[in-house]
Design a protein around this ligand. Structure first.
Ligand SMILES: [Fe+2]
Ligand SMILES: [Fe+2]
Length: 256
């Protein structure tokens, strides 16, 4: 384990710190839906983790150190958030909305994973997707922290954002590492895959209209929306994703 970014990550992982009393108080009612959606997306990490296994990501030594910890931390986020909003299965289903096209696409993507593992640059694709996903959750949790009424809740959402920040730094470091070693084929393959298949975190488990239903209300805040759009800048520094403007494309589709 010689990579500094791996050592930094492994040395600092751990449980979320929060008081048990956070569950005694409810969140403001206008945050219940967005936090429920975040809980569903965090709990979906278990499914995402299985996909990373099918994609063979454990053959990379840095990712094999990171992924089990990432899965544990994201799952804990999901568990805590679900408990905070008393998320039940029936309510979860009302937040999820897949079109027939999305169901077909998800089926095709899932069935393609065992083959996709042989595509060059898949590890870059995973980590570039992770960069934007983590940035979205950082912005979301920091925004929610501003809107809660109780200090313990505020501290919880800040703690969540800090852990997402550690995940983001790791993903960025892997992207940087891979770009320094990618050949033209791998670069092109990564770019095409990102352009064709990238979706924001949460769309996989909520569906696109479910995602908008849950997250659009909080994105009415123009400052937050601008910062979310600016998350594309994080991928501009990497040749395979420079100029793709993935988040902006996704958000603009809704309003075109
Ligand atoms: Fe998380
Ligand atoms: Fe994360």
């Amino acid at each position: 384990m010689s990579d500094t970014y791996v050592e930094d990550f492994v040395r600092n992982w751990g449980r979320l710190e929060y008081q048990a009393s956070i569950f005694e108080n409810s969140l403001p009612s206008h945050l219940i839906e967005v936090v429920s959606a975040a809980a569903i997306a965090e709990l979906f990490t278990v499914v995402e983790a299985r996909k990373t296994q099918t994609l063979g990501m454990y053959r990379f030594s840095d990712l094999s150190e990171f992924l089990p910890i990432w899965e544990a931390e994201e799952s804990e986020h999901g568990r805590v958030l679900a408990r905070l909003v008393n998320l039940d299965e029936a309510y979860s289903k009302t937040l999820i909305s897949f079109s027939l096209f999305e169901k077909c696409r998800n089926w095709v993507v899932t069935k393609s994973l065992p083959i996709a593992r042989y595509l060059p640059g898949m590890d870059f694709v995973l980590c570039a997707t992770g960069v934007i996903a983590e940035q979205l959750t950082i912005l979301l949790y920091n925004e929610i922290a501003k809107q809660v009424a109780i200090d313990e809740h505020r501290e919880l959402f800040h703690a969540l954002a800090r852990q997402e920040g550690r995940h983001l730094r790791f993903y960025k470091a892997v992207c940087k590492d891979r770009v320094s070693r990618q050949n033209a084929l791998s670069r092109t393959c990564s770019r095409v895959l990102m352009r064709l298949f990238w979706l924001p975190v949460g769309v996989d488990c909520l569906g696109e209209s479910g995602w908008h239903k849950c997250f659009d209300p909080i994105l009415m805040d123009q400052d937050l929306l601008l910062r979310l759009r600016a998350s594309d800048d994080l991928l501009d520094e990497f040749a395979p994703t420079a100029g793709l403007h993935l988040m902006n494309r996704f958000l603009d589709q809704r309003h075109s």
